[in-house]
Design a protein around this ligand. Structure first.
Ligand SMILES: [Zn+2]
Length: 71
């Protein structure tokens, strides 16, 4: 005997997709004291619409990963 999970047709599946908006450069970085930072919007695409999750900030200098990881 095999027991298979009950399949319910019509059950809505929540589809969520994370999108990253266009980065906006020229942001002020308090660490570098220069306009080398950037900000990107984090968007969540839901079946009900688009929702802004938040804004992520970064910096070309501070977030430079060319040198590898550093403690
Ligand atoms: Zn910086």
């Amino acid at each position: 005997m095999t027991s298979r999970p009950e399949y319910r047709p019509g059950t809505a599946v929540l589809v969520v997709r994370l999108e990253v908006g266009n980065p906006r450069g020229g942001q002020w970085c308090p660490a570098c004291k220069a306009y080398t930072g950037f900000a990107v919007d984090l968007l969540v695409l839901q079946t009900s619409g688009v929702r802004v999750l938040g804004t992520a900030h970064g910096c070309e200098i501070c977030d430079d990963t060319d040198g590898g990881e550093r403690g």
